[in-house]
Design a protein around this ligand. Structure first.
Ligand SMILES: [Zn+2]
Ligand SMILES: [Zn+2]
Length: 388
């Protein structure tokens, strides 16, 4: 934080760059491709643009049904009958938005801030909403974090979601938008309705998290670290200077702090033999892999050769985490595990516990991410010359 606060006054000059960060182009209904939707105004009328030309207005109580056709997009309401060869765009007055309903499969109507553009792609309608960044962030926090959290937790979510959106602007470049509205990127189901989230977003307005080289961080998270987070390179092959293992006592009594799983001893040994080449004829080796109690997170099971990667083991056996002990019980082995998830970056249950205990969102960020700073996004380009 020191570096950014020292430089901050100078950087106000760079705020004219804000334009390029102002909106997020979001691909809507990305997981449920459709050829048939209904569009309505939300709080005001919409102007309709067909193939780049303004042609009509959609009254706020009127619904326009749009269908994919081989020759274009057909749009009809009680009063209108339009066909677009390429695109049909709906623009809303500033601060308003539109409502969208998927007609096939039929689903609940959603309300979005910003404007909407429809075109055809891959045999379906492609719907891209251009949403003001801060409203996008609020919508994502509502969809991802849900209700009932402390203000500092919502602020933490807001800076993480904002950082993610800006770091991933090229994720769907080939599809004509920046981020999708599903878990592939960040879940976005439209306008946020919660006051506490609106407040958290406003209080962290424009703030993003960067590493010591002023690169936007990948704010990865998991449910519960079990008491110790992991280095990025120990789970994925790439290291990041801010994703460093750290001890965490905040999550130890949270809902996903521990787990237990029993595996037949024969199955455990045959898995280790077949998949990892462990010599299960050797009684000493068998003793080590059936009676194993690490004092902190290990990368490999017991002290045996060949080494057995615990992250691989977690994946193969669908374990909640790669942090566990093993002991024999009759013809079973019992795995007593800690935490839930990959263990890299932010521990969500620990973060919620910290927020509840009065820590600020910046304390929480610095606890889980090493040497990170918070900067105003308008100032990002001033710090570096490599662009996003
Ligand atoms: Zn995506
Ligand atoms: Zn934790």
């Amino acid at each position: 934080m020191q570096r950014s606060s020292l430089l901050f006054p100078v950087l106000l000059f760079a705020s004219f760059l804000h334009g390029q960060y102002a909106d997020v182009r979001t691909g809507l209904l990305w997981e449920t491709p459709t050829r048939h939707v209904m569009v309505m105004g939300d709080g005001g009328p919409l102007t309709i643009w067909v193939d780049g030309k303004q042609v009509a207005e959609l009254g706020s109580s009127d619904g326009l049904v749009l269908k994919y056709e081989e020759s274009g997009i057909r749009a009809r309401s009680l009063l209108l009958d339009l066909t677009a060869k390429k695109t049909i765009t709906f623009r809303s007055p500033v601060g308003k938005g539109f409502r969208l309903r998927n007609m096939a499969p039929k689903s609940a109507e959603r309300s979005y801030p910003g404007s909407l553009e429809l075109s055809r792609a891959g045999g379906n309608l492609r719907m891209v909403a251009t949403v003001p960044l801060e409203e996008y962030v609020a919508g994502v926090v509502q969809a991802e974090a849900g209700k009932g959290h402390w203000m500092e937790y919502y602020k933490l979510q807001a800076v993480s979601c904002r950082t993610y959106a800006l770091a991933n602007k090229r994720r769907h470049a080939g599809e004509g938008f920046e981020v999708c509205d599903a878990t592939h990127c960040q879940v976005f189901h439209g306008r946020n309705r919660q006051d506490s989230i609106r407040q958290a977003v406003a209080l962290t307005r424009d703030l993003v998290v960067v590493d010591s080289d002023i690169r936007l961080i990948h704010a990865t998270f998991h449910s519960n670290c079990g008491g110790e987070t992991m280095n990025a390179e120990d789970v994925w092959s790439k290291s990041e200077p801010y994703l460093i293992s750290t001890l965490d006592t905040f999550c130890l009594h949270e809902p996903h702090a521990s787990w237990t799983k029993s595996v037949p001893r024969s199955q455990w040994l045959s898995y280790l033999r077949k998949e990892h080449g462990v010599n299960t004829e050797d009684t000493q080796v068998v003793a080590s892999v059936t009676q194993y109690a690490p004092e902190c997170r290990d990368l490999f099971l017991a002290n045996i050769s060949p080494q057995v990667s615990l992250t691989r083991l977690r994946r193969d056996l669908h374990l909640r985490s790669a942090y566990f002990s093993v002991h024999p019980e009759g013809d079973m082995v019992v795995l007593n595990g800690r935490g839930f998830g990959h263990g890299v970056g932010l521990c969500q249950e620990g973060a919620m516990h910290m927020a509840r205990g009065g820590y600020s969102y910046t304390d929480i960020l610095h606890h889980y991410f090493t040497n990170v700073h918070m900067v105003k996004l308008q100032n990002l380009d001033f710090f570096r010359d490599d662009g996003l």
